[in-house]
Design a protein around this ligand. Sequence first.
Ligand code: PNS
Length: 166
Amino acid sequence: MHAAIYPGSFDPVTFGHLDIINRAAEMFDEVIVSVLDNCNKTPLFSVEERVNILKKATEDIPNIRVESFSGLLIDYAKSIDVNIAIRGLRAITDFEYELQIAQTNKLLSGGALDTIFLTTSLEYAYLSSSGVKEIAYFNGDISKCVPDFVADMVYEKYRHKNDKRG
Ligand code: PNS
């Protein structure tokens, strides 16, 4: 059984992530989409919300599992007995950061964890979760960036936040 982990923050999942998920699902028997539960960051969506969003967004792909993890990726990967991580590469600007993480993970895991990069489809090359959040914050149109139900949830979050600000 050939499985791979696709780790990330997914706050929220975008069409760019879903493009990577779809393509990875064709290459591996199982792809475990793993949401990082990082208490240092203050995400828009809780880990539970992000896991549920991802489950709904990938419900038509049979060989996808969605989980969350905290701590180091190498420890999580070892705990579920998977030794391949998938990451999407958008532009050249992603490369140095991604290479650093991949090399560190390879070193820390004693060579066990390899990272495979998929280049994002060109139409999604400039899409990012933080960009989506900024557009939504200012009430812009994110319908080309995320599935409709995700867009509704993002707008809803900002509506509440703005209500609280008064
Ligand atoms: O979607 P993101 O925020 O770019 O994903 C980054 C992620 C989750 C892949 C990375 O931050 C990660 O794996 N964090 C877990 C902690 C860890 O293992 N750090 C060591 C890598 S240098």
